[in-house]
Design a binder for this molecule. Structure first.
Ligand code: NAP
Length: 260
């Protein structure tokens, strides 16, 4: 269904007054949980994904079950023009944006001495450039609202660094600097910007981890479990809401105590 883009009509319960959220990387994992949670919170939701249209369709259907209008498009956030077009089309379809969440992200893990340029560039272009492309395109709409909110997905790797992930850690650290600068630059215009820094969250992104490594990491987590995508979605739900109206420029760890 959503090979390129879909717009699922609103159910009877939806009204024109629903706020609008845009989520990059909303088809699977943490992004999917965020799309579903924001739909449940009463948002209409636009989201993009890179390749898995089957997963995108499932996510759009889950959001529609909560009464949300959805706008879905296949977009590579590493590409500025595609991302700009997606954001403009989402605004035209659903109305001005109230919240933006940048969840699209990838890993290409390798020790630095073995890393090739493509592995470095793919990660930085998707994670960091992608965050810039989405926020750059969405900002004018958020500013118009005077209450716009941005939540970026960083990582514990962006705060502390992670072995085998120099590319990923650099991209996620960059997102923190970017988010804090945004918070300072647009606070006076009513736009808040915060980063969330998850530890290990059980999604496809963790699927290449061996069972031995999983066990080793699990032992280091005080809450003795990996995070669920919904754990992160609850935090994002709070950060886009008026309940967090005096929080901006922060990096909120969500890691079961791993970083303590
Ligand atoms: P995931 O399950 O692999 O899902 C990644 C999502 O991003 C998918 O919807 C994917 O679309 C989309 N995506 C990837 N590259 C894209 C691109 N170039 N353009 C547009 N969309 C793209 O990952 P996840 O675990 O949910 O991670 C979500 C975010 O949380 C990422 O930024 C990640 O770095 C961050 N994070 C994750 C963890 C963790 O342990 N899982 C920890 C800390 C931070 P397709 O399905 O179509 O490819």
């Amino acid at each position: 269904m959503s090979d390129r883009q879909t717009a699922v009509p609103a159910r009877d319960t939806a009204s024109a007054a629903r706020p609008v959220a845009l989520v990059s990387g909303g088809s699977r994992g943490i992004g999917r949980a965020i799309v579903t949670r924001l739909a449940e919170d009463g948002y209409d939701v636009a989201f993009c994904y890179r390749s898995r249209s089957d997963a995108a369709d499932e996510t759009a259907e889950a959001a529609a079950r909560h009464g949300a209008r959805t706008f879905v498009r296949r977009v590579d956030v590493a590409e500025a023009a595609q991302t700009r077009d997606f954001v403009a089309a989402a605004v035209a379809e659903l109305g001005g944006l109230d919240a933006v969440v940048t969840a699209a992200g990838i890993t290409r893990n390798r020790p630095l001495v073995l890393m090739d340029d493509a592995q470095w560039q793919d990660v930085v272009r998707t994670n960091l450039d992608g965050t810039y492309h989405v926020c750059r395109a969405a900002l004018p709409s958020l500013i118009k609202r005077r209450t716009g909110v941005i939540v970026t997905l960083s990582s514990i790797a962006g705060v502390y660094g992670s072995v085998g992930q120099t590319n990923y850690s650099a991209s996620k650290a960059g997102i923190i600097g970017f988010t804090r600068a945004l918070a300072k630059e647009y606070g006076k215009l009513g736009v808040r910007a915060n980063a969330v820094a998850p530890g290990f969250v059980d999604t496809d992104m963790m699927s290449s981890m061996s069972s031995v490594t999983r066990e080793k990491h699990l032992k280091q987590i005080p809450l003795a479990r990996f995070g669920a995508p919904e754990d992160v979605a609850h935090l994002v739900s709070f950060l886009v809401s008026a309940r967090s109206g005096y929080i901006t420029g922060q990096v909120l760890g969500i890691d079961g105590g791993l970083a303590i």
